[in-house]
Design a protein around this ligand. Structure first.
Ligand code: C5P
Length: 222
């Protein structure tokens, strides 16, 4: 059976991980959340008090850091140097700082090497910002997910309520906008739609409808 690579990119909170997980499960593929890797090194830098704009120091830190993504009972677990940081990497503190680290070219270079190694045997759904453009430019299926910033903030807000986290809709909107701006304007592999990516605007689509569109695109290759 032929196994392909599926790249899912797009701005913050567009629902990438939600649909990527479902698509991976349906195809029995592995799901790789590259944002979690940037979040993990951000958490470590914050914990160790390393200046986030000190590129040399951050790269050095990353080279001595083990980041492992694993699946446990359908849940994605993130291990930072062997420690479970699955919840900690989603805090507002990490979210507000991750884009500063993600714009460092040498850090991206190292991350891309690790991500390509994870996808070596194909059969992967990988989500992020530069998967279709830089990490797996030869992915058979490339999806670029977008949604209005209002809708994305609303979804994050409702997700927070479900998880028992207090948040403010306006603040979430600002955070999402700021992150998108840094991610889109950085020099090193910015957030941009790959030429051959299928753009899907999820603003008024259900999760299932988005999943179906992706599976339709996949079916051309299987
Ligand atoms: O996907 P998620 O929102 O968890 O990503 C967190 C941050 O990591 C993004 O805002 C971006 O700065 C960075 N990122 C990236 N390239 C990727 C994945 C994430 O620059 N492939």
């Amino acid at each position: 059976e032929r196994k392909i690579a599926i790249a899912i990119d797009g701005p913050a909170a567009a629902g990438k991980s939600t649909v990527a997980k479902i698509v991976a499960e349906k195809l029995s593929y592995i799901y790789i959340d590259t944002g979690a890797m940037y979040r993990a090194i951000t958490l470590k830098a914050l914990t160790h008090g390393v200046e986030l704009n000190d590129e040399k120091a951050i790269l050095e830190l990353l080279l001595h850091t083990d980041i492992e993504l694993s699946q446990k009972e359908n849940k994605q677990i993130v291990l930072l140097d062997g420690e479970d940081v699955t919840e900690e990497i989603r805090t507002q503190k990490v979210t507000n700082n991750v884009s500063s680290i993600a714009k460092l070219a040498s850090v991206r270079k190292e991350m891309v090497i690790r991500q390509q190694a994870l996808a070596e045997s194909r059969g992967v759904v990988m989500d992020g910002r530069d998967i279709g453009t830089h990490v797996l430019p030869d992915s058979e299926v490339k999806i670029f997910l977008i949604a209005s910033v209002e809708e994305r903030a609303k979804r994050r807000y409702e997700e927070n309520i479900r998880r028992g986290i207090d948040s403010n809709l306006e603040e979430l909107k600002e955070e999402i906008k700021t992150r998108d701006e840094i991610d889109s304007k950085r020099e090193a592999s910015p957030l941009i739609k790959a030429e051959d990516a299928i753009e899907v605007d999820t603003t008024s689509l259900s999760i299932n409808e988005v999943v179906q569109q992706i599976l339709n695109a996949v079916s051309n290759f299987l």
